[in-house]
Design a protein around this ligand. Structure first.
Ligand SMILES: [Zn+2]
Length: 300
């Protein structure tokens, strides 16, 4: 089977050096594995994503010398796909509607902390785990609120999900040199995650596992900031009966000397660097991409 890789930016701003690293790494891995390279535009957040940013992303990637298969998948054109996946989970009793506001959740967490005299558990991103306020809402009451037009998200009931897919959950990681290893996944550390937001009929988690499976993605190379989210993705793949790609989570980008780029440098837009005289070669060099791919550094 031909490996399939993808670069999946969100058009909510210009590409910066950090994105360039991820895109170049995917290009390098696709070439090394003899695989295909896809581009996916992750624009489910219609309030923040702009066609002009997408056009700029395509321009920046072409300038870097990367080419992708067409057609490019644009997630905003596929909301019905994600709705169908949600329907399936809902029909199995794995989702519940959540009417909470951000401040309501903060108040519930503070109340719990007051009662317990201890801090409430946090997810890997540092946000408090959902305290479960809406989990216990009687179904007729929830249905009445939905019928009355109350804004609501859909959360995955972690307990029900783990009954349906008990695990133990894990995934294969791959590294740039062909090594592989199994990584234990612990979806419980995320609690009852949101799978469809109030203002967006899906979520990053749902759309990404759906699309990786639909597009036959076999190797996901993305930033270490998404490493912990893989635990949720693995659970969703088990629940939805989707194949599981291998994962590589690259560390902070480094310069040609193997030093970590500062956050401010990593977030410099490519367009700005280009205007200041950078060339695709100088960008590659700056990011440590030699003739034979990226130099040392980055985690697998
Ligand atoms: Zn709620």
């Amino acid at each position: 089977m031909t490996p399939v890789l993808r670069f999946a930016p969100s058009p909510n701003g210009r590409l910066h050096l950090g994105h360039a690293y991820s895109a170049l790494l995917n290009g390098f891995l696709a070439a090394r594995l003899g695989g295909r390279l896809l581009l996916r535009i992750e624009d489910i957040d219609l309030a923040r994503c702009r066609p002009a940013y997408e056009a700029a992303i395509l321009e920046d990637l072409a300038w870097l010398g990367l080419s992708f298969e067409t057609p490019v998948r644009r997630q905003s054109e596929h909301f019905p796909d994600y709705a169908a996946a949600l329907d399936g989970l809902r029909g199995r009793g794995l989702l519940y509607p959540c009417f909470c506001t951000r401040s309501g959740i903060a108040r519930a967490v503070a109340a719990q902390e007051g009662r317990a005299g201890a801090s409430w558990p946090r997810d890997p991103d540092g946000a408090p785990l959902y305290p479960g306020t809406c989990r216990a809402l009687p179904e007729p009451e929830a249905a009445a609120r939905i019928a009355a037009g109350a804004p609501h998200a859909w959360r995955l009931s972690l307990a029900a999900a783990l009954r349906a897919a008990p695990g133990p959950h894990s995934y294969l990681r791959f590294d740039r040199d062909g090594g592989e290893g199994r990584v234990a996944a612990d979806p419980a550390r995320w609690g009852d995650v949101v799978l469809a937001r109030k203002e967006i009929p899906t979520s990053y988690h749902l759309a990404v596992v759906h699309d990786d499976a639909l597009q036959g993605v076999s190797h996901v190379a993305r930033g270490a900031d998404l490493e912990a989210a893989t635990d949720v993705h693995v659970l969703l793949q088990a629940l939805l009966g989707l194949p599981q790609p291998r994962y590589h989570h690259h560390g902070l980008i480094e310069d040609e000397a193997g030093r970590k780029l500062s956050k401010s440098l990593a977030s410099r837009p490519l367009a700005e660097l280009r205007a200041a005289g950078a060339t695709p070669d100088s960008i590659r060099e700056r990011l440590g991409f030699g003739e034979d791919g990226p130099r040392a550094g980055g985690r697998s």
